[in-house]
Design a protein around this ligand. Structure first.
Ligand SMILES: Cc1cc2nc3c(=O)[nH]c(=O)nc-3n(C[C@H](O)[C@H](O)[C@H](O)COP(=O)(O)O)c2cc1C
Length: 193
């Protein structure tokens, strides 16, 4: 039996992205965003509200970073999605987290998060139904602890949080269960002669 649930943003998992930028006072502004995704080899699209302090900072500085939130920083990651820099401009500083300026773009890298995309603002897509911030990825920096011996990121070591829009839970996924372009190879050989 199937049941109709109506209109829902029913994609799972959603990422837990930490979007950070310098505002006009050079203060770090940061928010939590689930609605964002890679949209080209070197591009990321973020669907973030124009009124957020971080969005305003991005418009002004023309740069931002996007980090993956990890399990060990879940409380701060969630707090970044509750408090607003519009009311609490020092919301980032209060956490005691550390920021250093990217050497690729004018935006802060938050040391505590293990993987960061350093982006320059490439475009804003603004219509009556959509506000998207498009970033061009200029560099990705990582904490060496998430790398394997081959120098590649081991996703299991990130312990990245994912978000569910059904019950607003945070989860960690990690078990590798297959290999892309390989798990379906036998079926491809069988069905596509
Ligand atoms: C799990 C979670 C996901 C969120 N996803 C988004 C999102 O995709 N887009 C958005 O505009 N706001 C999103 N928010 C809300 C912002 O993070 C929140 O309003 C934040 O306080 C804005 O901060 P700022 O005004 O300091 O930039 C999310 C919040 C949480 C807790």
């Amino acid at each position: 039996m199937r049941k109709n649930l109506g209109v829902l943003p029913a994609v799972y998992p959603m990422p837990v992205l930490m979007v950070a930028s310098y505002d006009k006072n050079n203060t770090v502004q940061i928010l939590n965003a689930a609605w964002g995704m890679i949209c080209a080899e070197d591009k990321i699209a973020l669907f973030i509200d124009k009124e957020h302090a971080t969005t305003k900072a991005i418009m002004q500085s023309k740069a931002f970073t996007v980090s993956l939130a990890d399990k060990s920083h879940i409380d701060v990651a969630d707090y970044f999605g509750i408090a607003t820099g519009n009311k609490y401009p020092d919301k980032f500083a209060k956490t005691g987290f550390h920021a250093e300026k990217s050497s690729f773009v004018n935006a802060p890298i938050i040391s505590e998060f293990p993987l960061t995309m350093e982006c320059e603002l490439q475009d804003i897509l603004d219509s009556s139904i959509l506000h998207a911030v498009i970033g061009k990825i200029k560099n990705v920096s990582v904490d060496e602890k998430i790398l394997d011996d081959d120098g590649k990121v081991n996703p299991s070591k990130i312990e990245a949080l994912v978000f569910d829009q059904f019950k607003s839970g945070y989860y960690v996924i990690g078990d590798k269960v297959g290999q892309a372009w390989n798990s379906g190879k036998d079926l491809f050989s069988k069905y596509c002669k």
